[in-house]
Structures are given as C-alpha cells and as structure tokens.
Design a protein around this ligand. Sequence first.
Ligand code: TYM
Length: 345
Amino acid sequence: MTKATPRVFSGMQPTGNLHLGNYLGAMVNWIAMAQSHESIYCVVDMHAITVWQDPRELHKAIRDVTAAYVACGLDPKKSVIFNQSQVSAHAELGWIFNCVARLGWLDRMTQFKEKAGKDKERASVGLYVYPNLMAADILAYRATHVPVGEDQKQHLELARDIAQKFNIDYQDSIAEAGYAQGFFPQPEPMITGPATRVMSLRDGTKKMSKSDPSDLSRINLTDDADTIARKIRKAKTDPDALPSEVPGLKDRPEAANLTGIFAALEGATVEKVLGQFGGQPYSSLKNALADLAVARLSPIAAEMTRLAADPGHIDAILADGSARARAIAAPILKDVKKIVGFVQS
Ligand code: TYM
C-alpha cells in the first residue's frame, strides 16, 4: 500500500440547514483535524441532486453551508473549502469508479435502500451510484483520513474496496507509472467522540436528520436561543431518573442521546456527565444542556447571519478553494488516466 502523506477530506450535502448531528458527528472533528493536517472540506452539491433540488434553493443552500463551515470555525486560508461541481475531477473519477465498483457492492448499501424507499424503480440512477462518487471525492485527492458520522461507515468501506480493486486490477500499469506499492491509499474513516450518531429529540431510536418532517426533532445551527431551549425542553424522555453509570443507558435511547449530546458539547466523557447528573430527574440535565447548547451554538448562528449578508465573500472563498482543489486533483487524475490507458494529448 502507498505510504501517502496524511490528507483529510470530508463533505456535507447542501440540502437544507445543518443540524446538531452534522456539527457533533462531523464538524467538531473536521475542525480538530484541520489544526494538524492538510484538510479539504467540500460542499457536495453534485450529491445533493441525486434527489430533486429546486435550483434556487440549492444555489442558496450551497452558500449557506459554506457560511456554516466558516462560522463553525474552519479557516478558508488553512483548509481548502469549495463546492464539488466546480472541480470536474470528481465527476471524471466518479465515472471510472462506476466501472470499478460491482453492482453487488452497491446493492448492499443500506442508505440507498432507506432513501429510495419502496419504489426504487423511481429513484435516480445517481442515487444508486452515489457511493462511487463519494469514493471519487476522497480518492481524487488521495486522501487518507475521512472524519464522518457513523451513518457514513458503510460508504467508507465501499471507498476502501474501490481503492483496493483499482490497485489490484491495474497493478502492472500502476507499477509502470512508477508507483511501487499501489496507487490509491486506503482512506481511514475517523468516527470519533461521544456523538457519532446523534438521535432525533422526538424519538431516540431515529437518527437526527434534515429530512425529518418535525422541526422539533433536530436543533438547526440557525436556531435562535429560545428555539434551542424550547426544543430541548420538549425532547422526549422516559419516566426514570438518569442512571449513574454507562451500562444504565442500555435500552434507554433518549437518556443515551441527551447525555451523549451534553458530553460532546462540553468536550467531556459520558461517564463524567453521568457522574454529574446520575440519580437526578431529566429536567436538571435539560436545563444545563439548554444553557450549554445556546452558549456553543448562538455565536455560530450569529456568524452565519453575518456571512450570509455578503454572498460575494462566500463565492470568493469557493472560487479560491476550487482553484486549490483543482491543483491538487489534476496531477492525480492525469496519473489515473495514464494508468487506465487513456490517450492524453
Ligand atoms: P450528510 O450531508 O448527510 O452529513 C454530513 C456529515 O454529518 C454526519 N451526520 C451525523 N453525525 C451524527 N449524527 C447524525 N444524526 C448525523 N447526521 C449526519 C454525516 O455522517 C456526515 O459526516 N455522503 C455524505 C457526504 C459526502 C462525503 C463525501 C463525506 C459526500 N462525499 C466524501 C465524506 C467523504 C453525506 O451525505 O453526509
């Protein structure tokens, strides 16, 4: 396997508001990794259109998600921040990976089954091959580390399978191109922290998601202080007091979710949170959680509003990031085409 220099890649879909799950499951780790690694963070607009998006709303959402990246604390001078459709390497490598991945692999993807629902004949072809494009996103930069939430684990495994199959299928050609130990690295999923799967505030067995019809189920990064506090107050609970130790969270999804969120926001462990709130009614945890969530999220919302007032600035960030992304991907794509056998003039 190639001993590649560490490089971080990840992305979020511009399909509406980012929420606390995106923030705690992914963004917090993106920010941490950006301190110590070369990092590339993408607004994956081409993934968004695998399900219908109104063009005007998509246009706005791309800018809003970019603003959210910056408002959360990513520095566009340090990290490469851009939108996917401005860098054609994603689509080009995505096509090559459509020809590497096997139908059987994609048939096993649970997210396709969930998103396509019962009527899969009517799902777009793009939705089906989505994981191949995701592999291309990562491997167009030969990225080695991918910070994501739990729900992306299966897609990351597929990206690793694609990298491996490409390295094996083309091994002679790869060696001829001067790569002694395979061309693509095995990208490492980074799924860490106490909130890798933030659950709905209305149902602790369902993932917090943009597509849940109930806005009470999630905390949006744009919610104001009153809304955040109200949603936490109304969050579903069970009738018992909070347990004092982690095993006591078993079969208590709402308790596990709220303590996990608290721990992630505070930068503490769930053990420590239970040490503080164990034996107490939910209301004491909820009051403290509302204060903590408002303190952490309000400055982000304020910064997003400030940035949204200047779309020219956001577009300039995306233009600069796209140019830098293209420069990294171009020589990699050139080598891929050579390895595959394409004539390049
Ligand atoms: P997306 O846009 O659905 O979500 C963005 C990130 O947020 C995480 N996430 C969560 N984490 C914890 N709890 C939740 N309830 C929750 N909901 C979302 C996701 O795991 C993700 O990390 N396919 C990806 C986007 C993508 C991508 C990539 C990611 C496209 N290409 C390449 C990494 C590398 C997606 O739809 O994420």
